[in-house]
Design a protein around this ligand. Structure first.
Ligand code: G3I
Length: 393
C-alpha cells in the first residue's frame, strides 16, 4: 500500500456513515482523492496482464538478508537461481552432485508459493572441469547424467527451462553459433539433442533458448537477431521441442536509445513462430556513474520503460524477470567479473541499495499496470511476418 493509499484508507475508516468523524464534532473533511487503482507491487501488477514477475536470487541473500527476502516475497512470483543450478555449481565432480544451494532456493519457493525458473542446463561458461575431457571425446554421458539429476529434482517448481544458454556468437563463424565445448563435440546438433533430452525428462515444462544482445538494433544486435531466427527455423524444421526464447535484456546505456520499432518487429518474428517469449535477465548497465543520482536513476528508468513498453505490447511475452532485484546485489556491481562487489556501483535494478523503490521500479510498475493493449506498439501497427528485413532484422 502506498503512503497515500494508506492515509486515505485510515481516514476512510475514521469517517462514520453519517459523514462525520467518528470521534469528533467537526464536520467531515472532504475525502482524500484515491490514487488511480492498481496494485502497488510488481507481481500483482503483472497478474493484471496475465503475466508473472520474477528476479534472480542467490541462496545466501535470501537466507541472510531479511529486508531483501521480504522484498523478494512481496515483488516476485518466480525465482531464478543466479548461480545454484549451473552445471559446474551443482555437479562439481563426476561422482558428486551438490544441490544444497539449489535445494535451499527450492524449499524457499515451495514454502512461499513461488515458482522457479530453470537456469540453466547447458552454458559454455558453466561446464565443470571434470566434464571437459569427456565432452572433447564426444561423450554425451556427462550431459545425460546432469539432466537426469537436475530436471526431475525440481519438476514440481519449474515451468520453464533455459535448456541452452547463449548459443550465439556472431563475432566468429557465419552461422552465428558459438564454438562452445558442446559445439566442438557434437556440432550444431547439440542444441536439438539437448532439447530432446530435456523434453524426455520434463514433458510438461516449456523449453527455451536463452540469449543476450538481442534488444539493441545496432549491427551486432541485428546480426544476433538474424542468427537466432535462423537457428530457430532450423530447429523447427527438424522437429526439435523448442517452446520459447528467453531474452536476457541486459540493457546497456552506452548502446544508445532503444529502437522500439525494430524490437517490436523482432518480437513479432518470434511470436509468429508460435514461441513463448520470456524476459529473463532484465537490468540496465549505466554508462556514466559520475552524474547526480537522480539523473542516473531517470536514465535507467527511461531505458527500462522503453524496453517494457514494447515487450509488454507483445502477447507472446509471458513474464518479466530482472537479474537481481536490488542494487545491493547485482552482477553489475563488480568492476569486472570475479572482482570485488561494490553495492550500488551500478544502479540498474528496480530497488536501490537500501531495497527501496526507485524510478526503474515505478516505470516497471506503471508498465505492468496498463491494461494490455496489444498491437499498439510505438511506431504504429506491428509488421507482418515477412516484414523482418524492412525493420532492420
Ligand atoms: O562467491 C565468490 C566469492 O567468494 C569471491 O570472493 C568472488 C570474487 O572472486 O567471486 C564469487 O563468485 C562469483 C559469483 O558470481 C558470485 O558473485 C564468481 O567469481 C563469478 O564468476 C560469478 O558470476 C556469475 C556469472 O553468471 C557466472 O556464473 C554472476 O554472479 C551471474 O550474475 C552471472 O549470470 C549470468 C547468467 O547466468 C547468464 N547471462 C549473463 C549473466 C551475467 O553474466
Amino acid at each position: 500500500m502506498t503512503g497515500l493509499t494508506r492515509r486515505a484508507a485510515l481516514i476512510g475508516a475514521m469517517i462514520a456513515p453519517t459523514g462525520r468523524l467518528a470521534f469528533g464534532r467537526e464536520p467531515a473533511p472532504q475525502p482524500v482523492p484515491l490514487p488511480p487503482p492498481g496494485p502497488a507491487d510488481l507481481r500483482s501488477a503483472a497478474h493484471t496482464q496475465g503475466r508473472f514477475f520474477g528476479a534472480a536470487v542467490q541462496d545466501g541473500h535470501l537466507r541472510g538478508d531479511f529486508q531483501f527476502r521480504e522484498a523478494v516475497l512481496a515483488q516476485c512470483d518466480s525465482l531464478t537461481p543466479e548461480l545454484a543450478l549451473k552445471w559446474a555449481a551443482a555437479h562439481p565432480a563426476q561422482d558428486r552432485f551438490d544441490f544444497a544451494a539449489m535445494d535451499e532456493i527450492a524449499a524457499f519457493a515451495r514454502t512461499n508459493g513461488k515458482r522457479v525458473h530453470g537456469h540453466t542446463l547447458l552454458w559454455h561458461r558453466s561446464v565443470p572441469d571434470w566434464a571437459l575431457a569427456a565432452l572433447a571425446a564426444k561423450n554425451w554421458e556427462p550431459i545425460h547424467r546432469y539432466f537426469g539429476a537436475a530436471i526431475p529434482r525440481y519438476q514440481d517448481l519449474i515451468d520453464y527451462w533455459d535448456v541452452v544458454n547463449e548459443p550465439l556468437e556472431i563475432a566468429g563463424e557465419a552461422d552465428g553459433l558459438r564454438r562452445s565445448p558442446f559445439f566442438a563435440a557434437f556440432g550444431p546438433d547439440y542444441i536439438r539433442r539437448a532439447l530432446h533430452a530435456a523434453r524426455s525428462l520434463a514433458p510438461e515444462a516449456k523449453l527455451l533458448i536463452n540469449d543476450y544482445g538481442l534488444e539493441h538494433a545496432d549491427a551486432e544486435g541485428r546480426a544476433r537477431r538474424r542468427a537466432l531466427l535462423a537457428l530457430i527455423d532450423g530447429l523447427r524444421r527438424q522437429g526439435a521441442p523448442l517452446d520459447g526464447v528467453g531474452l536476457q535484456a541486459h540493457l546497456d546505456l552506452a548502446r544508445g536509445v532503444l529502437d522500439q520499432t525494430s524490437l517490436a518487429a523482432f518480437l513479432h518474428e518470434l511470436a509468429s513462430r508460435g514461441l513463448t517469449v520470456l524476459v529473463t535477465e532484465l537490468d540496465v548497465r549505466e554508462a556514466d556513474t559520475a552524474r547526480p543520482l537522480a539523473e542516473r536513476d531517470e536514465a535507467v528508468a527511461d531505458a527500462a520503460r522503453a524496453f517494457l513498453e514494447v515487450a509488454l505490447d507483445q502477447p507472446a511475452v509471458k513474464g518479466i524477470t530482472t537479474w537481481g532485484l536490488s542494487d545491493r546485489y547485482s552482477w553489475l556491481n563488480a568492476e569486472g567479473e570475479g572482482s570485488a562487489m561494490r553495492p550500488g556501483r551500478n544502479r540498474g535494478l528496480p530497488l536501490d541499495v537500501g531495497v527501496q523503490p526507485k524510478p526503474f521500479f515505478h516505470a516497471a510498475l506503471a508498465a505492468l499496470q496498463k491494461p494490455p493493449f496489444f498491437g499498439n506498439s510505438p511506431g504504429g501497427p506491428l509488421p507482418g511476418p515477412s516484414a523482418g528485413e524492412g525493420y532492420g532484422l
